[in-house]
Design a binder for this molecule. Structure first.
Ligand code: MN
Length: 744
């Protein structure tokens, strides 16, 4: 592509920005430079100016989905990098240029000759792999892997990527709904947890909120509104809570800042869902934070001193105490957390940390990177992050999409702290088992672990470890991983090593099976073609020839059966194929609730659809459609776990759907009710449902234990409004603690 290279010859900064940039853009450049001066230690203004002009020319004439000039995007990304991540001038320049290679005719070579190796390498890392002949899921996974690989060389790559994603999420409204959804899921399931893993708490929180706003706009708006409504009351309470602490702290002469801020919307949403509680019953909507301006060497001691003061004023709840001061989280987070009983008996979480700990808590990797800058000393924390990424990349033996799935799994989890018999501390994700622990210690120990002693007692391999456990692994030379282990391990390393072992074992069995059959046929002097092999495998109902070989090798299938089938096929070739019949399924899909939805804005017409059983959508829910293998469009709720995965891996099968105007139809929905197990409770509940709201009940399931009533009710409703009305009414029954929609 020689054309653009002649269009742009590197101008000296100053003259170029004067002649090339219209006044509005000159102003934007000035604003960006001002931002850099404010937040960065050192600013090469000429470099940023040149990058700005280059990006401006390269993207000239391109528009974003919103209709704005494309260049506004790289400029905003550069502003985020300068201000919110506060890296360095190189990153700001790279952010300005980050889409040039991917989206314009400018080549990486040009960037390299104009801006040097460092910037070129960062931009290369940020450029997606284009894959004309591969599926979207594979190219996505490969691009992601490339991003992580480049990050090992230069962490700025991933930091700029977060800024890029943040700006795209902030402006996502301009995209068509189905793309919005795909990007939102990817943000929620991959980028936000990854940002969390790298300790970028502020960016992670904003990404989560923006994703929720797309995936469940109603829930987002509801919580945002509630937070606004309660703002005054909340602030008055926080002030009341803080006042005595502030007074005591002032007497100590410590320099400090104390604030109370609401938690972000997504974290409240998650609490409501996991605790199955309405908004009003979530007490820890905010946290009070004490930040100390003390020399680093006195940091920990000062934090403990503040802890003493806080718990002197308010009674702490013992099992809510967390000491991330002595044992930082894997993402580097350090702080003291305690929950105390505040005025009116309300529990309040208090976090205590130093200024530097705070900066690391908010900006994690970025903060560490900044502290490293200019200094040649090693930064252990930074090395740990890079080591973590390297581990994930190196242990990968499976396909690219499994890699992304595994990565997601290993990103999600909370952490526990356990000990080796020698007392060494090991950090593992919550839910980790002795097998995870064993693989963490060494692959060989993992491959041969047969059991474990936890705190001196023998436990099974699937036992879930708890913080504080001391774990000793028992091994046996004869032990081997088995597929069941995959059901309970949670770490990426254990999972991929087990899979690697099983794949290798399977490969050996396939080889053995193949050799066995070949030997038998040789003895019979009967050659066999690939075609014949395929036909035999099909006749024996194997999905493929490899599976047949595997079962031969594993001695699950006798070679005689294969030979016999071969003989049969020779005699009656017409019996070879038998197509699978799934017609009954189609019939089942022909439900009465037709015409309830619009597909891509059109009536469904002759297209068959039905409702996913995993999430049971009802009119009023946010929904999306997925064309399943048998051609039926299945309607899921957008917050369904299953659909999030499908939107990522098979976007071509996703259809935009919405509810048609009111139809008097019946939909299945489930409710979970918890309360006191008192006389007449069931009667009151069914009374509200069937008499009060004239709703048909399909089934009721009740469990009572220790005076607690726990019921699941499946019923027929018209729409979300109907269901919500039911929930409201049921909550008012005396003795009912919680009523929630039953998921799955
Ligand atoms: Mn971009």
């Amino acid at each position: 592509m020689p054309e653009p290279e002649t269009r742009y010859s590197p101008p000296a900064f100053g003259a170029a920005s004067e002649t090339v940039l219209p006044p509005a853009y000159r102003q934007m450049l000035e604003d960006l430079l001002a931002l850099c001066r404010r937040h960065l230690r050192r600013v090469d203004e000429a470099l940023i100016g040149r990058a700005f002009v280059t990006a401006y020319i390269a993207h000239e004439g391109h528009l974003r989905a919103s209709g704005e000039p494309y260049i506004t995007h790289p400029i905003e990304v550069a502003r985020i990098v300068a201000q919110e991540i506060a890296l360095d001038d190189i990153s700001v320049a790279a952010a300005l240029l980050h889409d040039v290679v991917e989206d314009t005719e400018y080549s990486l070579e040009l960037i390299r000759s104009e801006f040097g190796e460092t910037i070129a390498r960062i931009i290369d890392g940020l450029t997606k792999i284009s894959g004309l002949f591969r599926s979207r899921a594979v190219t996505q996974a490969e691009s992601f892997r490339k991003l992580l690989l480049s990050m090992i060389q230069d962490v700025r790559v991933i930091l700029i990527k977060f800024a890029d994603r943040l700006h795209n999420m902030r402006t996502i409204e301009a995209l068509p709904p189905e793309r919005r959804l795909r990007i939102a899921y990817e943000t929620r399931d991959l980028y936000a947890p990854l940002a969390h893993r790298f300790g970028l708490f502020r960016i992670k929180s904003e990404l989560e909120d923006l994703a929720l706003k797309v995936i469940e706009p109603e829930a987002y708006r509801f919580i945002a509104r509630k937070l606004r409504e309660k703002k005054q009351e909340r602030e008055a309470y926080i002030e009341r809570f803080i006042r005595p602490i502030r007074e005591r702290l002032e007497q100590t002469g410590l320099r400090f800042e104390i604030t109370g801020r609401p938690k972000h919307i997504y974290s409240i949403y998650r609490k409501m869902r996991t605790q199955q509680k309405p908004f009003e019953e979530i007490y820890d909507l905010f946290a009070v934070r004490v930040i100390l301006d003390v020399p680093e060497s006195e940091g920990k001691e000062a934090c403990w001193r503040v802890y003493g003061i806080v718990t002197d004023i308010y009674t702490p709840i013992p099992d809510r105490f967390r000491d991330f001061l002595s044992v930082p989280k894997a993402n580097g987070y350090q702080s003291l957390h305690t929950t105390v009983i505040g005025p009116d008996g309300r529990p309040v979480e208090v976090q205590i940390r130093t200024r530097q700990m705070h900066e690391i808590a908010e900006r994690g990797l970025a903060a560490h990177w900044k502290y490293k800058e200019g200094v040649e000393t090693q930064n252990a924390e930074l090395d740990r992050w890079i080591g973590w990424v390297r581990d994930i990349l190196e242990s990968r033996m499976e396909g690219p999409t499994e890699f992304v799935e595994d990565l997601k799994l290993s990103l999600y989890q909370d952490e526990i702290y356990v000990f080796t018999p020698k007392g060494d501390l090991v950090t593992l994700p919550a839910g980790a088992t002795p097998v995870d622990f064993a693989f963490h210690i060494h692959t060989e120990i993992g491959l041969h672990c047969i059991g474990a002693k936890v705190n001196g007692r023998i436990v099974p391999l699937s036992h879930k470890l708890q913080s504080g456990d001391q774990v000793e692994i028992l091994t046996s030379r004869r032990q081997q991983p088995n597929p069941d282990w995959l059901e309970f391990v949670v770490t990426h390393k254990a999972r991929s090593k087990i899979r690697q072992f099983l794949n290798e074992q399977r490969r050996q069995k396939i080889e053995a099976g193949k050799a066995l059959l070949e030997k038998r046929l040789e003895r019979l002097k009967r050659p066999i073609s690939d075609q014949e092999l395929n036909r035999v495998a099909a006749a024996l109902k194997f999905p493929n020839v490899a599976q047949m070989f595997y079962e031969l090798g594993a001695e699950l299938l006798k070679p005689e059966e294969v030979l016999h089938t071969l003989e049969q096929l020779e005699r009656h070739p017409e019996q070879a194929a038998s197509p699978p019949a799934e017609l009954s399924y189609l019939e089942e899909a022909r439900q009465e609730s037709r015409d309830a939805i619009l597909i891509e804005g059109e009536p469904s017409g002759r297209l068959l659809y039905d409702y996913a059983r995993c999430c049971n959508p009802i009119p009023g829910d946010e929904v999306v459609g997925y064309v399943s293998r048998n051609g039926i469009l299945r309607i899921h709720r957008t917050n369904c776990r299953n659909i999030a995965h499908l939107v990522q891996t098979e976007p071509e099968r996703i259809k935009r759907v919405e509810w048609a105007r009111h139809k008097d139809l019946q939909f299945i929905a489930g409710l979970r009710i918890m309360g006191e197990d008192r006389v007449g409770m069931l009667n009151d509940i069914t009374g509200v449902i069937s008499r009060g709201l004239k709703t048909n009940i399909r089934s009721i399931n009740i469990d009572t234990q220790d005076g607690i009533f726990d019921g699941t009710i499946i019923l027929y409703v018209h729409d979300l409004e109907h269901l919500n009305r039911l929930i409201e009414r049921l909550r008012r029954i005396p003795g009912v603690y919680a009523v929630t929609r039953f998921e799955g």
